[in-house]
Write a protein that binds this ligand. Structure first.
Ligand code: C2E
Ligand code: CA
Ligand code: CA
Ligand code: CA
Length: 279
């Protein structure tokens, strides 16, 4: 038994080492990828549910590694966060997405918006607001066109800081969306204490909305909450017409998901949602 125990330990231990080596390699390559611009920003369309009109896009970063192929953001974003690379990466995504939106607004629809994810480290920096307004000035994007997505856990790290940052961002005209809403431990405290413009209902509540009455009740309640607190509400991860029908019944404002489109590169996004659809 002792022998088996020892072996088991060695097994886990070497796996742990592999993971560490793997991670270190990834950090080095990510650093290089950021410098060499091996990263690409993809765009997933956001729609108004009632009118079916395109509202804008969420910017989602992609890494196409020369040898390893596509690496998911759920793998490399946490690595970037842990190893101090997220500031540079996040700033690059923000700049790229804002620049792209300016081009699309002038060519197609001036009212399009861009929603950009903000990591807790970016948000926590003393000069975060300054760097956002720097990007807005540099790209000449109207602040009203920019939505920043933060999660509950980011918001709750330091409520005093969060309140101040949200106030400053909103005073320059930038909107704030609460991402993955409902998955944190204090969703209600967040909307109670903070000035939020939009709730993005997490996909985990949408998945079974048409078959599970409890999920349906939760989504309906979040939509009512948004209404009562004068926030917009978007459903993430809409994949089926049945889910869409439920969300229409509950009068959700906005929708996003594979039913309409996966995230696309700028060229595909433009061809599918802007050139064809110039209304
Ligand atoms: P998120 O912000 O919640 O982004 C939505 C994720 O759901 C995206 O995954 C998107 O591709 C996926 N998705 C959209 N519609 C559907 C659907 O109908 N079904 C399913 N199954 N999935 C759907 P993605 O692009 O892999 O990104 C994962 C996460 O990585 C994001 O979750 C976000 O937390 C993070 N991330 C991505 N890009 C950035 C970035 O530029 N900065 C930061 N800080 N985080 C990012
Ligand atoms: Ca998001
Ligand atoms: Ca989300
Ligand atoms: Ca998420």
């Amino acid at each position: 038994a002792k022998q088996a125990g020892k072996n088991r330990f060695q097994f886990y231990n070497s796996e742990f080492c592999d993971l560490m080596v793997e991670k270190r390699a990834l950090v080095g390559e990510l650093r290089k990828a950021i410098a060499d611009e091996e990263l690409v920003v993809f765009y997933q369309p956001l729609f108004d549910l009632k009118s079916k009109k395109l509202i804008g896009a969420e910017a989602l970063v992609r890494w196409f590694h020369a040898d390893r192929g596509a690496i998911a953001p759920s793998v490399f974003i946490p690595v970037a966060e842990e190893y101090g690379l997220i500031d540079q990466l996040g700033h690059w995504v923000l700049k790229t997405a804002c620049r792209q939106l300016v081009a699309w607004q002038s060519r197609y629809k001036p009212e399009l918006v861009m929603s950009v994810n903000v990591s807790y480290q970016q948000f926590g920096r003393y000069d975060f607001v300054e760097s956002v307004s720097g990007v807005l000035q540099g790209t000449r994007l109207a602040p009203q066109s920019l939505h920043l997505e933060i999660t509950e856990s980011t918001a709750l790290i330091d409520l005093t800081h969060t309140k101040a940052v949200l106030r400053q961002l909103q005073s320059i005209g930038v909107s704030i969306a609460m991402d993955d809403f409902g998955t944190g431990y204090s969703s209600l405290s967040c909307v109670k204490d903070l000035s939020i413009d939009k709730l993005k209902i997490d996909r985990s509540f949408i998945t079974n909305i048409s078959t599970d009455e409890r999920d349906a009740a939760i989504v309906k309640t979040i939509i009512a909450l948004s209404r009562n607190l004068h926030m917009k509400v978007l459903a993430e991860g809409v994949e089926t017409p049945e889910q869409l029908a439920k969300l229409a019944e509950f009068e959700c404002d906005e929708i996003q998901g594979f039913l309409f489109s996966r995230p696309l590169d700028a060229e595909q996004f433009e061809a599918q949602f802007l050139q064809r659809n110039m209304n």
